[in-house]
Ligand binder design. Structure first.
Ligand code: GTP
Length: 363
């Protein structure tokens, strides 16, 4: 069996720079379970036998290179390719291919950079080799497929179509969706047009099907989460800490919480649900933190209650303030006795006085 030793990791595109986290760090570098999210993907790829990774980005490689360098610290060889303008998923794969060393018939893994999953990467590569496919895709099943493009397969797992988001119940012909991990036969990547934006889902894959290519789906219903929203990101971080999402890059043992070095937590503070307390962060007396990520250097005042929320680096949360489903940007200062709920976003550096906001359901 030919093991896949090379991978392209897609970490560019329009939405990745600052949105949607309101945190100054680009999304792939925002800490999840204490390390930049990308670390988990790199470590998982390494554990599956990948040796060479091309990081395809459409903004500055300087964001990634100082942290990951040439990858040797992770046992990898990492190269960086930067697009002048975002080229879309297919265009980015084509652009990164100049750095691949695989022979035309060999497999190359491709990962979307915003997915957290327990996918058995070796099994995907093995399925690809065994089926002789041109491209193989990880498919996952979702309860409500209405928000996704659908990928039906036949009895042998061969992809039969790529369908746009269904608009009527009749159009929901399967609950299988593209889970954002692929194996390409190296030579297939060269058929993607160079130098212009190309979407794999809307152009490359449908085009390959029309041309009679063999696209194989592997349904694997392991842990899978699209980190497209801040709430999903917070969930993913907690699931990494709890061990529900497996990653060799979680620093320390999995458990109910992760308190990083130099963080200071009052003895009677209650921290659980996979919460992370970042380096140098302070948590005051009687605070309760559940399912949340408190980034480095943030300060949580006494008696504050924080659930399912992200508190950016260096932000300050005042005494007794309640956060639920909130995102507070880096360096923001929230005064005492505020109540911020349900998807609220506080911009980086913003200042909210004591007792300025409370939540009312108007009941
Ligand atoms: P298209 O298939 O190109 O239409 O993108 P999409 O909207 O289906 O992709 P999505 O936004 O879901 O992004 C999937 C992954 O590809 C994410 O990890 C993105 O960071 C990455 N990505 C999306 N567009 C680009 C791009 O233009 N360049 C690079 N390098 N990566 C991208």
């Amino acid at each position: 069996m030919t093991e896949a030793k090379e991978a392209i990791l897609l970490v560019g595109g329009k939405g990745t720079r600052l949105r949607p986290l309101t945190v100054h760090t680009p999304k792939p570098m925002v800490p999840a379970a204490g390390v930049p999210f990308l670390s988990h993907q790199l470590a998982r790829a390494r554990a599956a036998g990948v040796e060479h990774i091309v990081l395809a980005t459409s903004y500055l490689a300087e964001v990634f290179e100082p942290y990951f360098g040439d990858g040797s610290g992770l046992g990898l060889h990492i190269e960086y390719v930067t697009e002048l303008e975002p080229l879309g998923t297919g265009g980015a794969i084509r652009n990164a291919a100049s750095r691949l060393t695989a022979a035309p018939d060999e497999p190359v893994l491709v990962f979307n950079g915003d997915i957290l999953t327990g996918l058995d990467i070796r099994a995907l590569a093995a399925t690809h080799t065994a089926s002789g496919a041109d491209v193989s895709l990880h498919l996952t099943r979702v309860e409500d497929p209405r928000a996704f493009g659908l990928v039906p397969t036949d009895g042998d797992g061969r992809v039969t179509a790529f369908l746009e988001k269904p608009e009527t119940p009749e159009q929901i012909v399967t609950d299988q969706i593209n889970a954002g991990a692929y194996v390409f036969r190296r030579s297939v990547i060269d058929t993607v047009p160079a130098g212009r934006p190309v979407s794999v889902e809307r152009e490359t894959f449908p085009g390959l099907l029309t041309a009679g290519a063999h696209l194989q789906g592997m349904v694997d219903s392991t842990y899978w989460l699209d980190l497209g929203t801040p709430q999903a990101f917070v969930r993913g971080s907690a699931d990494l800490v709890l061990g529900r999402a497996p990653s060799p890059a979680v620093p320390g043992r999995c458990g109910d919480r992760l308190v990083l070095p130099d963080a200071s937590v009052a003895p009677d503070a209650k921290i659980g649900g996979g919460s992370v307390i970042g380096e140098g962060a302070l948590v005051g007396a009687g605070a309760r933190i559940d399912g949340s990520a408190i980034l480095a250097g943030a300060v949580v005042g006494p008696g504050a209650v924080i659930e399912d929320s992200l508190v950016g680096a260096g932000a300050r949360i005042g005494e007794r303030t309640v956060l639920s489903g909130a995102v507070v940007g880096d360096g923001a200062r929230i005064g005492a006795d505020n109540e911020l709920r349900d998807g609220i976003r506080v911009w980086c550096g913003a200042v909210l006085p004591d007792g300025a906001v409370r939540f009312s359901s108007d009941q």
